[in-house]
Structures are given as C-alpha cells and as structure tokens.
Design a protein around this ligand. Structure first.
Ligand code: ADP
Ligand code: ASP
Ligand code: MG
Length: 418
C-alpha cells in the first residue's frame, strides 16, 4: 500500500484537481489511499463561518455563499456540460451544513468549530472522487471520521491508535484507490473532531502507519524540503535525503512544509516519507528515512514570526533559582504559551514565546507580581540547523537587531527585532 496526501494548494481549483488526477494515473489503480485537504483556503473561510455563527449570525449566509460559489466554479470547470449532474450532489452537502447550523445550539466554540470546518474536506474529497470516477478511475470515497477515532479535545484531538488502526484496516480496500479526508476524525459519540490546523499530513501518516504502507508521499507546491522556506529565504537548496530525527527537529523548529506530528508514526515503522512536487511529479523530491542526517549537508534556515520575548529579573536583585523558574513555567503553562527558547543568568530569565491564544497581557500581569518584566512583542525567531559562520552572518545581515542568541553544537537561534 501507498498513501498520498494532497494539500489545499494542490486542489485549489479545477486545474489542480485535473493535475491530481494526472498524477494518480501514473500509478497502479489499486493499493493507494489518497488523503486530501480542503480546497485552497477553504478552512480559513470555514473559520469565518464559525465566527459568524457566534458573533454575526446575520452574515453567516454570505460567508457560506462565497464558499459555495468557489466549489460550484470548480464543478463547472471540471464537468462542463455534465455539471448539472453534480451540482445537486454539492447542494446536498450544503444542505447538510445548513441543517447542522440550524439545529446546533451549543455554546462550545471548539465543538462547533469542528462540526463546521470539516465540511471543507468533505466538499473537496467529494468533488475529487466524482471527478476521478467521471474520468474512469475506480475509486472508493471513505469518510475518515468512520476510521480516525479520537478523544473529544475539539480542534486538537488526540488519536486513539488502537481503534483507528482496526477501523482503517477494515475500511480500506487494497484493490482500489481510496479517497479520504485529511484533518478530520470523530470522538466516541461520533461527533466530528479535527487534528489541528495543517493536520492533513498527520492523517497521511496515520493511514500509512495503520496499513503498514510501503511509503507515504505528500505532494506540495515546492520541489521538496528545501534548506529554508523559499518564500522567505533565497536561494534555497533541495534536501535530497533527511533522517527521521533531523526531519523531526526541522519540523519542531518550524519548517512548516511537514506537520510536526507526521514523522513519529512513520519513524516507528520506518516507513519512508517522500515530499514531492505536484507541479513536477517526475522530480525525485525529498525522502525522509533511515540513514543520512542530511544530504546535502547544508545549513537549514527557519523563521518563526510574531514571537514575544520576555526579559524577567528579580525585583530585589536576588538570584533566580528553581523556585522562581517553576513559578514562571507554571504561569506559561496556565496561559497556554508555547515556549520557543529560554535563557537564564544569575538574576535574569529570558523566554521567547508564541502567544497563540492571545493571553499575553494576562501572563505579564501575573509575572509582574514577582518580577520586573520587559516585553518585546512582534519579534522573530531565526533557527539555523548545522550552522556555519557564513550562515550566521547571513541571518544577522537580514534579520535585524539581535535581542538574544543561543547555540548548541547543531543549532543556532536568534531572536531578532526587524
Ligand atoms: P499543503 O498544501 O500540504 O498544506 P503547506 O502550505 O503546508 O502545503 O506546505 C508547503 C509550503 O511550506 C511551501 O509553499 C513553503 O512556503 C513552506 N515551507 C516552509 N518551510 C519549507 C521548507 N524548508 N522547504 C520547502 N517548503 C517550505
Ligand atoms: N484544511 C486544514 C487546514 O487548512 C488541514 C490541512 O490542510 O492540512 O488547516
Ligand atoms: Mg497546509
């Protein structure tokens, strides 16, 4: 078995879906699971529907209409004079969404979020499988929610591996091409859950692991994993092979081309992960597997924007000791900060955090009960794996003023203010 994953960029419109079909035709028409994300930026548009559900109900139909039009456009371009056959099927999915919105009265934001945003993936996979069927491929559409079982931690659900593996093995017909959704699952009451934004890569790994796949390939808009995000760093070099460990490190530090949760399950079974270009399917791309740390061995650059740097010092110049550090971490945990980097000296403690849940004021207020606090908002965190003097000079030239730096033998990090 093989597992392919096509992200939002690859299926953003009818041409993207036709390209996906042309890639599938290059492979045998069995033993393949194809995991697909919502088209283009549909998940963001679905998030706007959720916001409207809670804050601006009158505007909700307008948000839905925009999504509907985008999907109708794809259907018209894909099926041309046969579009009339598929438009009612599309309409049925929107009616399901409508009914759900009318009936739901839950005030639980995260629960409602998952029940609504999953429609992005339901729509995209439905359209793709109608099209593949239309051009004569024998495909099975699988509702990932019937297999991917999770707890009820909505918006960031945790997988029940035992149940999920058993369901996947039962549901996937190895003699066919199975089309299914990334990102979505269901809890023990069969309510929809989601695995966290950008979670479709992880779904591909879940299917790969459960099926003992020979390989997992994620098809992207880049030639593979480069030694930096080509949208940020130029020029970049293609990394031909990466070890699991190195790929986990790169993803952890923020190389967003692979979702960080994707690698562990694949590593456990030594299933190779290919990162390939849907624009150039012949090209080899990157393979993540056992063996070489990195080939070629070059410095890798990662930028995380919108970080906050906090400098803490004791009010009375006393030492920062375990007691203070544990208090600081308790507050960071309570306010759901993601800690990116820490550094301490005798009387000061610096921490770079990502304020994902907009709780910085709350954190700073509490810290000020015990410490002097300096806040530098909107700073950037640059990470260089396998750094060289030239790589550091390059970052210092481009990144702005260095606020804090830290080095280990493999990794150099710089918090910078542009
Ligand atoms: P998907 O369509 O699967 O959601 P993503 O947008 O999540 O794809 O990932 C592809 C993007 O990742 C690229 O367009 C690129 O801007 C970004 N990216 C970040 N770091 C890297 C890297 N090291 N190599 C290649 N692409 C990277
Ligand atoms: N559609 C989801 C998102 O945009 C999942 C994914 O694309 O990976 O976050
Ligand atoms: Mg993505």
């Amino acid at each position: 078995m093989k597992v392919f994953k096509f992200g939002g960029a690859s299926v953003k419109d009818a041409d993207g879906i036709k390209n996906l079909a042309s890639i599938l035709k290059r492979y045998p028409s069995s033993g393949l699971v194809v995991v697909i994300s919502a088209m283009g930026k549909t998940t963001n548009a679905m998030e706007a529907v959720v916001e409207a559900y809670f804050k601006d109900p009158q505007n909700r139909p307008n948000h839905i209409q925009a999504i509907r039009e985008q999907h109708i456009e794809a259907i018209e371009a894909l099926f041309e004079d046969k579009a009339a056959v598929y438009l009612p099927k599309l309409q049925a999915i929107f009616e399901e969404l409508h009914t759900l919105l009318e009936r739901s009265k839950s005030p639980n934001h995260s629960f409602i979020y998952d029940q609504i945003v999953c429609f992005g993936e339901i729509l995209s996979t439905s359209i793709v499988s109608w099209y593949l069927d239309f051009i004569g491929l024998d495909v099975d559409w699988l509702d990932a929610r019937s297999c991917v079982k999770t707890d009820d931690y909505y918006r960031n659900a945790n997988l029940d591996w035992e149940q999920t593996q058993a369901h996947i093995r039962k549901a996937v017909d190895p003699n066919k091409i199975t089309i299914t959704q990334g990102f979505i699952g269901s809890d023990s009451n069969n309510f929809t859950t989601t695995l966290g934004r950008e979670g479709s890569d992880y779904t591909a790994a879940i299917f790969g692991y459960s099926l003992n796949a020979a390989e997992v390939a994620i098809w992207k808009d880049v030639p593979g994993v480069m030694n930096g995000d080509p949208r940020v760093f130029q020029p970049t070099t293609l990394l031909e092979t990466i070890s699991y460990r190195e790929a986990i490190e790169l993803a952890y530090y923020g190389a967003s081309v692979i979702h960080p949760k994707t690698l562990q399950p694949l590593q456990r079974k030594e299933i190779p992960l290919f990162v390939k270009s849907f624009k150039d399917p012949e090209a080899p791309g990157t393979v993540v597997g056992r063996g070489h740390v990195l080939e070629p061995m070059v410095p890798c650059y990662i930028l995380k924007k919108n970080q906050t740097l906090l400098h803490l010092s004791t009010i009375d110049f006393s030492f920062i000791v375990e007691d203070n550090i544990s208090e600081i971490f308790k507050l960071l945990h309570q306010t759901q900060m993601r800690v990116e980097l820490i550094q301490n000296s005798a009387i000061s403690f610096s921490v770079c955090v990502y304020n994902k849940y907009d709780r910085l004021d709350e954190l700073v207020q509490q810290l000020r009960n015990s410490f002097k606090v300096e806040v530098h908002d909107q700073v950037s965190l640059y990470t260089i794996r396998h750094y060289s003097d030239a790589a550091i000079a390059y970052i210092k030239e481009h990144g702005g003023q260095v606020m804090l730096e830290q080095k280990t033998p493999e990794t150099a990090q710089f918090v910078m203010q542009a």
